[in-house]
Each structure stands twice: as C-alpha cells, then as structure tokens.
Design a protein around this ligand. Structure first.
Ligand SMILES: [Zn+2]
Length: 304
C-alpha cells in the first residue's frame, strides 16, 4: 500500500488488491473535514485504513464516503469501512441504495459475471444501514470546508447507477468507470464497457464531462491523467470505433472472436493495452473481452 499526494487537499491511496499495484485507487480530499472517493472492494478496507493512517487522517473527521457506483471494485468495501468511520455517510446514486442495503443480489450477480476467482479477490460486501446513505442527485455539492468541494455529476452508461465527482480546486473529475481504464505504463486507455452497456448514454455522459472543461481526470483504474479534454474526446472516438467494427462484423456474420481480433488490430491504444495486460497481471484479459461483449450487445440490441 502506498499513498501519493496529488494536490495540497488531494491524495491517492493505492488499494493493491492481492498485492496488485496500480489497479484500484481510492482518493482522499481534505478541507476542514475529510472525504473518501471510492472505497474499493471489501478485501482492501484494511489497506485503505492504513493509507488514511499514513496520511494522518482522523477517522472521526471523515464525513462523506462517495462511490462512483456500486460494483464490487468501487463500492464493495463501503459496509465494512463505515463501521470504522463514526461520522461518515455513504454518497451514491439512488439506484444503488437498495443494493447496498442488501448486497446479496449484488454479490450473486458479480459471482455470475466475474467468476469466483475475481469475487474472492474482491471479497463479499457487508450491508450498509439505510440511515447512513445519501442518495445523491446531479449537481449536489459535497462541502468539506476550506473551499474543498465536490459536485456530483450523473454519468450513466457504464452502469445505470454511475456518478462522477467534480473537484473545484484542481478542476479535475473523479470519473470512476465512465472514461475507461487508464494504463499509464502502456500509455493507453481501454473501454470499460461490460454488458449491459449503453453506448448512447455513455456518449452523452462524456459530453457532460467535456462541458465542465476539466484539466485532470482521476481514474479509479488508475491514477491521474492530464489533458482531460483530449482524453475524453479520444475515449469517445474509441467507443465509436469499437461500435463501428462491431456493427460491420455483425452484418458480415462474424464471430465474437473475429470482431474482437479486428478491434484490437484497428485500435492502436487497445492493442498496446492488450499486450501490456498479457505481460503484466494488472487486469485480466477477461476485462477487455467483456468490454467487447458490452459494445457488441449494445449494437445488436439497439441496432446502432
Ligand atoms: Zn471498475
């Protein structure tokens, strides 16, 4: 576990699930009070607490724990974490509230989609009491004092319960999974678009993020990316390229494997990412495959 200072009020904690670095980040903002963006999975709550200790954060000063969405790698640790934070409330999309109150369905679905190996790696989420959750709406402000404020930006597409958080002081956005997976060492962003992905809605969300004219993107997977506008535009083009190839492939009756091959041949960034992932155990190749499946599923269902 290690921490990185990004700005005076902003730090990153590398949660290192199963000792894998640069995979899942949690961000800490500090004004008079403290906020945590992304809990990460249940299995890394102890690492997150060590990170807070390293940053000299007093647990009673944490007032908001904001998750971008309720998938296990982003919000799975919320229940266990809140037990350690006496004054904190969980901020999340309203659609996520019932699932965090009773995470059984979330857990069984994740096991089905991700397989047992991954869910074991993330750990089983504990329920969050309803009175400790805040169902956030678009535009809501989370105020930490000393000019440290975050604005909730609803960014659906990756999931029907996805939010991003805009940081006023750095003009940066905590994007969760709405702007892809950034693999700094491969110099590449790849789509994170597992089924049931909504390309049309995701593109609208990206336009919404672009309209904020941010300088920085803070990726949960993983780290800070500069030239935010360029990155967001590039991600839009990448999603459209994948969808074009999927559409063409479907019309020609090609198999998923064939379409997937073409995508990784024609998208240079994805190709670099795939190569990197095959050589380094940062992500499983399955994640990339699922992204292709999500795009394909969308194109099929909505006749894009
Ligand atoms: Zn994720």
């Amino acid at each position: 576990m290690h921490t990185v200072e990004i700005a005076e009020h902003l730090s990153l904690i590398d949660l290192e699930p199963a000792h894998v670095e640069n995979l899942i980040a949690s961000y800490i903002v500090r004004g008079k009070r403290v906020g945590i963006i992304e809990t990460g999975p249940a299995s890394t709550v102890q690492n997150l607490l060590s990170g807070l200790n390293e940053l000299d954060v007093k647990l009673e000063d944490v007032t908001y724990v904001a998750v971008t969405h309720i998938h296990l790698d982003h919000g799975g640790g919320a229940g266990a974490l809140l037990k350690e934070l006496p004054n904190a409330k969980l901020v999340l999309h309203p659609r996520g509230v019932p699932h965090m109150a009773n995470p059984e369905k979330l857990w069984s679905q994740a096991t089905l989609v991700l397989g047992e190996r991954i869910t074991e790696l993330y750990g089983k989420p504990e329920p969050v009491p309803e009175d400790r959750m805040i169902a956030a709406s678009d535009g809501m402000i989370l105020d930490f004092g000393e000019d440290v404020k975050l604005r909730v930006v609803e960014t659906l597409g990756h999931a029907s319960h996805h939010l991003s958080y805009y940081d006023f002081l750095t003009n940066g956005i905590f994007v969760g999974d709405s702007a892809g997976i950034y693999i700094e060492k491969a110099g590449a962003v790849v789509p994170t678009t597992p089924p049931p992905f909504r390309l049309d809605i995701a593109l609208k969300s990206l336009d919404k993020l672009l309209s904020l004219k941010p300088d920085w993107l803070y990726y949960t997977h993983f780290g800070r990316g500069d030239k935010a506008l360029k990155r967001l535009e590039a991600y839009k083009s990448q999603l459209k390229l994948w969808a074009e190839i999927a559409k063409d492939g479907l019309e020609k009756g090609e198999t998923l494997e064939k379409i997937s091959e073409r995508i990784f041949r024609e998208d240079a960034a994805a190709q670099r990412a795939l190569k990197f992932v095959e050589e380094n155990p940062v992500l499983s190749v399955t994640v990339l495959k699922e992204s292709v499946e999500g795009i394909l599923g969308f194109v099929k269902k909505f006749r894009y």
